[in-house]
Structures are given as structure tokens and as C-alpha cells.
Design a protein around this ligand. Sequence first.
Ligand code: PLP
Ligand code: COI
Length: 336
Amino acid sequence: MKNYKDLGFKVVDTKGNYISYYKDGKWDDGKIQKDDTITISAFSTAIHYGQQAFEGLKAYRTKSGKIQVFRIEDNARRLQSSCDKILMPRVPIEKFIDAVKQVIKVNEELIPPYGHGASLYIRPYVIGVGRNLGVKPAPEYLFGVLCSPVGSYFGGGLRPVNFMVTDRDRAAPNGTGDVKVGGNYAASMLSHQEAVDKGYADCIYLDPLTHTKIDEVGAANFFGITKDNKFLTPESKSILPSITKKSLIYLAKNNLGMEVELRDAYINELDQFKEAGACGTAAVITPIGRIDYHDKKHVFYSETEVGPITRKLYDTLIGIQFGDIEAPEGWITIIK
Ligand code: PLP
Ligand code: COI
């Protein structure tokens, strides 16, 4: 049997992916193709002007062998808001769900077995295609869904990792930080690499206007557990509204009986937290051991041990995702 712990987050050959074209004001029916290559005009807006958006969600295998996805409608809706913001046509919710289901079904044998913390990462995307020269929306679009079996994003499952605060920004105060478009990720590559080169898992972005508050943790949202046991997470116009974070807010309140505070997390006030973490589809919950900000180093619970509340949140979240804990209504879609 494969060593699922070492799967990491990378491309694996699959049995097929979905592809659908938008032309003359409508989407075609779409189809599964075997090869993950596409042929598009080199004049496409996706190539020159970054007119593209994507999503990330996972399919999980439960103990009884069923396959299920987590909060798929939320991802479908968020893709629509990304499309709205950069003037691409929306993918209808039902079309999104149907495409994801088709990709899961054709790749069923690649979904890791229950019990390894691994899952099938699903990557829907929309790109502007067709021949175009000026800065304006593309004449045609392509919606695709790719997938790959994955393990842990930051490496090693539930163990604390360290982050450094970057002085760079990934998004502007009134820009596109709140949607999942490629430009935000292009803007994050240099700061990410600088952090990795210095031995950190990733970098933390401060709010782009004042550089005093935590915005995001690489490709994940930030949360902290205050000394008086509150779940705190920042609200900001320049961060991606994380579906995992939205779920943790609910679970902290309803399953763990915690108070939740949606407010700023000032980088000079990290002492208020006894635990902290990064959350996202790829990151799941990654405990933050230490944050380095210029020459200041702040350790939360421990650099090697996971705090008890972070662990409880993690166990509850993955318990729901893998079907061991009953999910709130509408969170889980059984595929098979
Ligand atoms: N923030 C960024 C920049 C991301 O890329 C992601 C990943 O999707 C997240 C946060 C977490 O969002 P979600 O929990 O919906 O995956
Ligand atoms: C996700 O968590 O789905 C992401 O998109 C993170 C990253 C791999 C871009």
C-alpha cells in the first residue's frame, strides 16, 4: 500500500478531467477528457492579463467507503463571485456541482482510503480565452475541473510550523484579495519563496493599508485562541473568505461552546493568544508554532506540540469531512 503520509500536495496522473467552453453567450455541455492539456489562443486574456479564477475543494472517503465532498455549494458560489469581479461569465451552481461529480466518479480509484488523512483535491478553474489584444474581457471562456490525490500542504499533518511576517503585500485594500484570482497568487510568489528560503513554512501578510494587522497566512486564513478561550479571526476586505474558517466559526460556537470574535488581530498584540493556526482547504488546520516579525519572535502554544483547542477544532473538522461526526445541514454531499 502507498505511503499516504508522503503524498504532499502535487500533481499525480489521473483518469480524466472536465472541460467546458463558453461561446456566444452560453456554456456547452462539457465533457471528460483524458489528457490535462488544453489548446487555447496565445492571445487569451488569461495569459496576458490574468483573467482567470479558480477554486479548491476536497473529496473524502469515509470509513464505510462512501465518497463525499465538503461544502461544495460554497465553492461554487465563491467561484461566481470571483467571475463577477473580473468580468467572466458565471458558471451555474448546478453545472459546477455536476462537473465536480463527474471528475470524482471518473477518478474514484484515486481517492485515498479512509484513515490516512489524505483526500482528493479538486481544482475547478475558469479562464478567459480567444483572440484579444486590448485590456478587456475575453470573447470566450473555458471552465475546467482537475484533481489530484493529496496529503498535507504544509507537510507533516497536524504539527506546528513557523511563519515570518513579510513587508510585501499580496493584494490592495480595494483590489482583488477577496476573490480567488491568479493575480493574487502571482503577487505572493516572491514573498513565499523568501520565507521558504529562510526556513519558514510560508509568510504572513499584514493588512495592505496600515501594515499593523494580520491579513492572511500564505494561502490560508488566520485564527487565534485568546487567553480567555475565544476563537478570534480577522475580518478584512483583502483576504479570501475561507470556507474552512466559516466552518470553524460555526464549530467553535456550536460544537465547542466557544465565544467567537471577528476582529482585527494586531501584529503587536500576539500575546493575547495562547494558540494560533492557519486554516484552509489545502492547509486544513495547521497550528502556528511561532511568528517572526522583523526581529521579534512570538511562540504561541509550543513550537512542537499542538494546543488542546486547536486539536479539538481539527478533530471536529476532519471528523465531519471524513464522515465520522454528523455534519451541520448542507455541509456534506455524498457522491457515491
Ligand atoms: N486564503 C487564501 C489566499 C487561499 O488561497 C485559501 C485557499 O483556498 C484560503 C484562504 C482558504 O480558503 P478555503 O478554506 O475556502 O479553502
Ligand atoms: C486551497 O486551499 O484550496 C488553496 O487554493 C490553497 C493553495 C494551494 C492555492
